[in-house]
Design a protein around this ligand. Sequence first.
Ligand SMILES: [Zn+2]
Length: 254
Amino acid sequence: MAQTRLFMCLKDNFGVLLHDPATGATAAIDAPEAPPIEAALKATGWRLTDILVTHHHGDHTGGIEELKERHRCRVVAPDTEASGIPDVDETVRENDKVFLGGIEARVIETPGHTAGHIAYFFPEDRLAFVGDTLFSIGCGRVIEGNPRMMWDSLLKLRVLPDETRIFCGHEYTAANIRFAKTIEPENRALVAREKDVAALLAAGKHTIPSTMAEEKAANPFLRADIPEVAKSVGLSGEPAWQVFAEIRERKNRS
Ligand SMILES: [Zn+2]
C-alpha cells in the first residue's frame, strides 16, 4: 500500500510525495519548488527517486533542477511537453505504464489546461494525481486547448473508480464551492462538502484528497451532462461540452 504526504508549496500549490514502502521508492508529483519538498523528505525520512510531472507550467516544474541535482532522481514527463520541462529522463503518453518502485501507474492524457497535460492513476491504490485538469469542486482554466477537449479529458477522469482519491494541483476548494453554488445551489452533496471544507480549513487542514464519488456528486464541471445543470445555465438540450464551456466561462468571469 503506497503512502502519501501532502503539503503546500508556493502560494496555493499542493506538493505531494508518494512512497512505496516495499522498495523505498519515493516520487514527488510535480515539483513547484524544492524547499518544501526537501522538508517533507526530511520529515518522512524518504529518499526521492522520481519526479512525475503533469504539465509544463512553472509552478509545477520550478523545483525540478534543484531536486535533480541533489537526488539524481528520474524525471518523468508528458511526451509532447518534454521540451518545456527541465531534466526529463523519460517521456510518457496515453496508457503508458510508469513504475514507482513496485507500484504501477497508468498515464491518462488530459489535454485542455495545457495541450499535453497528463494525469497519473495508480489502480491498485486507487490514487489519481490530476494536476491542473480537475480540482476539488472545480477544474483548471482552459489555456492551450478548447472547452470540448477539456470536457473530454474530464470524462476520462470521471470513469475512474468512485473510491479513487483525487490529488490535484491547487488549494482552490473553498472558492470553487462558492462558485459551484451559483450553478447548483440546491445540490445537497455540494452543501455537505461546503460544511466539511469549512471545518477542514478552520482546523488548518488540507481539503484534499477528495474521492471521485464526491467530485461526481458536487463538482459542476463533471456534471455538465446532467439536465438540471444544463437548465440552470440556460442551455437545456445542448451538448454537454457546450454546457461545460458556459460554466467554465462563468467561472472565468467570477
Ligand atoms: Zn497549470
